[in-house]
Design a protein around this ligand. Structure first.
Ligand SMILES: [Zn+2]
Length: 398
């Protein structure tokens, strides 16, 4: 059916050469020994040294001028509503602004800001199916928005999940934002979702806005969602001992968000590191939120976790790329043959005291973005939102 087929990409062959540093997105080998990437028809087809890869017939050639190429960033937690408009802060163009912050893929944690959001079962299913279709058809700025994430209510039965899955819904919105706030009911419904291939997440911590409620460690562990949504609170975090219990009590994704408690994010990171579980750490912004939208939010999380959490910058970038892609079964997020050709090209910001891009991030600075690419197509050149990059890539051939 139409909603299962990926959006078409134009035929073309992209070559990015003269890459100074290639970040893979993969924790086990975060830096690749290569200076060239080739992508055909939106997928990576070769990674290597220029002399060893086939660049014949390129339709677009980018000279990276020694800058850093990484997989496009993934925001694991957003709340889109319709197109590129959010009623939360009555703002338009926010997704396009995120693209200028290096984000090429977004995951909806529920379209909960929809004015008049229906809470009856027929209505919430209809809204989820509509959102899935609408964001699959329209990609603001080219950003892949995986939306259509229903918020579960107590009246739902197994057949509702079967019907949603058959209609193309692949995500649940944050458990706890609807009527289901108890462990046993959440666990039953999360199990139904999983049975039909629908991923799940949960609102962890205190209420985010009036109308939402507290979800503590017992509910989180009993619900057993695929991702522990904003384990650092959105905004109010659980006490540290409860966060530790969650980290140790399951092997699910540990999502850290910008619109959360930063100290708790660092506590979670340290705990995951001690456990040897850094592969579980994924990043989101949880925007639009009460504090607005954060186009540079994912970069800010990478920089914050690297500089204050004592994690090498190339590892912190994995939290925003490969970890999320693996956790959520996405075809992007890693520099690997066959994956989507979604890239962000960066350099250290002008006048950052860091010697290199990685050094500048470990010192707490944000990188400057020089180009974003989605499905092998150049979407932006020098970012309008980041500090200016020292060097920027250049299109040298069409
Ligand atoms: Zn939440």
């Amino acid at each position: 059916m139409a909603h299962d087929t990926p959006q078409a990409t134009g035929p073309g062959k992209l070559v990015i050469r003269n890459i100074g540093l290639l970040l893979s997105g993969a924790l086990e080998q975060p830096i690749l020994d290569a200076d060239t990437i080739v992508a055909e028809n939106g997928k990576i087809t070769a990674i290597g040294r220029l002399k060893n890869v086939d660049t014949e017939g390129a339709t677009t050639i980018v000279d990276a001028h020694g800058t850093t190429v990484a997989p496009g960033l993934i925001d694991s937690h957003v709340h889109p509503v319709a197109g590129d408009w959010t009623p939360r802060q009555n703002q338009t163009g926010w997704i396009d602004s995120y693209l200028h912050g290096g984000v090429t893929t977004m995951i909806s944690a529920g379209e909960v800001h929809m004015p008049g959001r229906p809470r009856d079962v027929v209505g919430l299913k209809a809204m989820a199916i509509f959102a899935q279709r609408a964001f699959w058809t329209l990609r603001p700025g080219g950003v892949k928005v995986h939306a259509g994430a229903p918020v579960i209510e107590t009246e739902m039965v197994e057949d509702d999940f079967k019907e949603l899955a058959a209609a193309g819904v692949k995500l649940l919105g944050e458990v706890g934002l609807g009527g289901v706030k108890d462990g046993p009911t959440a666990r039953r419904m999360v199990g139904w979702a999983r049975k039909y291939g629908i991923q799940s997440t949960i609102h962890t911590g205190g209420p985010s806005i009036p109308g939402s409620g507290l979800i503590d460690k017992d509910v989180v562990l009993e619900a057993d969602t695929d991702v522990v949504g904003h384990i650092n609170g959105g905004h109010t975090a659980l006490p540290d001992d409860q966060i530790r219990c969650i980290c140790e009590g399951c092997k699910r994704g540990l999502e850290l968000v910008h619109n959360g408690n930063e100290r708790s994010a660092l506590f979670t990171l340290r705990t995951a590191k001690e456990m040897g579980d850094l592969y579980r750490v994924i990043l989101g912004t949880d925007a639009p939120a009460g504090s607005g939208v954060q186009p540079l939010g994912i970069l800010r999380m990478v920089s914050m976790l690297s500089s204050l959490g004592d994690v090498p910058a190339e590892i912190a970038f994995c939290f925003a790329t490969g970890n999320t892609a693996r956790m959520r079964a996405l075809d992007c997020g890693l520099i690997e043959v066959g994956r989507s050709a979604d890239f962000v090209i960066m350099d250290k910001a002008q006048h950052s005291p860091g010697a290199t891009l990685l050094d500048s991030v470990q010192l707490g600075d944000l990188p400057g973005i020089g180009m974003t690419i989605i499905d092998g197509i150049i979407r932006t050149q020098r970012s309008r939102n980041t500090p200016p990059a020292t060097r920027v890539p250049e299109i040298v051939g069409h």
